[in-house]
Design a binder for this molecule. Structure first.
Ligand code: ATP
Ligand code: MG
Length: 332
């Protein structure tokens, strides 16, 4: 096969659907936990499902990982039905559940090796992999039973256990919940590494920064329904708010001149004067990137940066998207 046709084939595979969720519902009596979800995830994608507490994320993960059977609808993982081909599916998926599942009276490496053995990995390879991963997540060399680990350490161990057999598809349900900022960054960096290895990752999160910074695409879930999906940029452009720059000036400046000039810039959507502790302050709403906007301000609107006393920037975020779509905050 020529190099070009190889590349073409890879391209086709890369674009192909690996998870196909078709109108899945899961009702617990009168609670509609998942209420008609249809989604397609492509091979090699990092696809996040972002939603508040109780939105149905964990229920959906449990269905996709064959733990729960849907009330109606079906989902196909690599063409296998989650209802009738469970034993096929569990061979190539890794799951890091929201509720930590580790064996309390095993040490960290024993927990990891145990999972590796279940997936047919040899003793030697299991030990090597366990060491590398535990080292990476900062929990290597601990000789105590896992039950004596802190919550954050247990969560990292839980993640290592999902990763040890190099799954083709990885389900992560709130993988950074309860982690300190440093450990959270470790996990994010590793997830980015996995993306480069062409692993498909489904990430359930209520953390909009996590979803925004890691995902190729995001679906927003609320009360069991997908209410929007797209790349983070698409979602913010379509459903978000404008970026806002707040600038406080020193006394001498004439704000009317600044406001007039701003009015001539097409992507400035609003500029209004506000009272901020007696300082002359402008709130400028605009579309597009901050860097480009600052360049424009510096070329003719704010000629002397010494006239600026303070600047604050609030970026359009997935939180705005959720707020605009539902009228409530992600953390309400
Ligand atoms: N086994 C169950 N029996 C009854 N109700 C359930 C069951 N599991 C989930 N639910 C309900 O289904 C809804 C969705 O729960 P789910 O755990 O899927 O939400 P979630 O998005 O994962 O929330 P969180 O962010 O808090 O983890 C909730 O109202 C929950 O109480
Ligand atoms: Mg959950």
């Amino acid at each position: 096969m020529s190099k070009t046709s190889l590349r073409k084939e890879f391209q086709i595979n890369k674009d192909s659907t690996i998870i196909d969720i078709q109108n899945v519902k899961k009702y617990f009596k009168d609670v509609k936990a998942v209420d008609g979800v249809s989604l397609k995830v492509k091979k090699g994608e990092l696809f996040s499902i972002l939603g508040p507490n109780g939105a149905g994320k964990t229920t959906l993960v449990r269905i996709l990982t064959t733990i729960l059977t849907p009330t109606s609808g079906n989902a196909y993982i690599k063409g296998h039905s989650v209802k009738s081909e469970k034993s096929e599916i569990v061979r190539f998926i890794g799951v890091c559940p929201q509720e930590i599942v580790i064996y309390d009276i095993l040490r960290a490496e024993e927990n990891v090796e145990f999972v590796a053995h279940m997936h047919g990995i040899s003793n030697k390879e299991a030990k090597e992999k366990a060491n590398i991963l535990l080292e990476k997540f900062g929990i290597a060399g601990r000789k105590t039973w896992s039950k004596n680990f802190s919550g954050g350490m247990k969560r990292r161990l839980n993640l290592v256990m999902a990763l040890v057999f190099d799954p083709e598809i990885l389900f992560l349900d709130e993988p950074t919940a309860g982690l300190d900022p440093q450990a959270r960054r470790l996990v994010w960096d590793y997830i980015r590494e996995l993306k480069n290895k062409d692993i498909t990752i489904i990430l359930m999160t209520h953390d909009m920064v996590e979803a925004d910074s890691l995902s190729d695409r995001v679906a927003i879930i609320d009360r069991g329904k997908i209410i929007a999906q797209g790349t983070p940029t698409e979602l913010k452009e379509k459903h978000g708010s404008d970026n806002v720059l707040e600038i406080s000036f020193i006394e001498q400046i004439d704000l009317n001149i600044v406001k007039n000039s701003l009015g001539k810039i097409p992507f400035v959507t609003n500029s209004k004067e506000i009272n901020k502790k007696g300082r002359k302050t402008l709130l400028i709403s605009f579309k597009g990137g901050l860097k480009e906007f600052i360049h424009i301000l510096q070329s003719g609107i704010i000629n002397n940066i010494d006239e600026v006393e303070n600047m604050k920037f609030r970026q359009n975020s997935l939180e705005d998207v959720f707020l605009n779509l539902t009228g409530k905050r992600l953390r309400d």
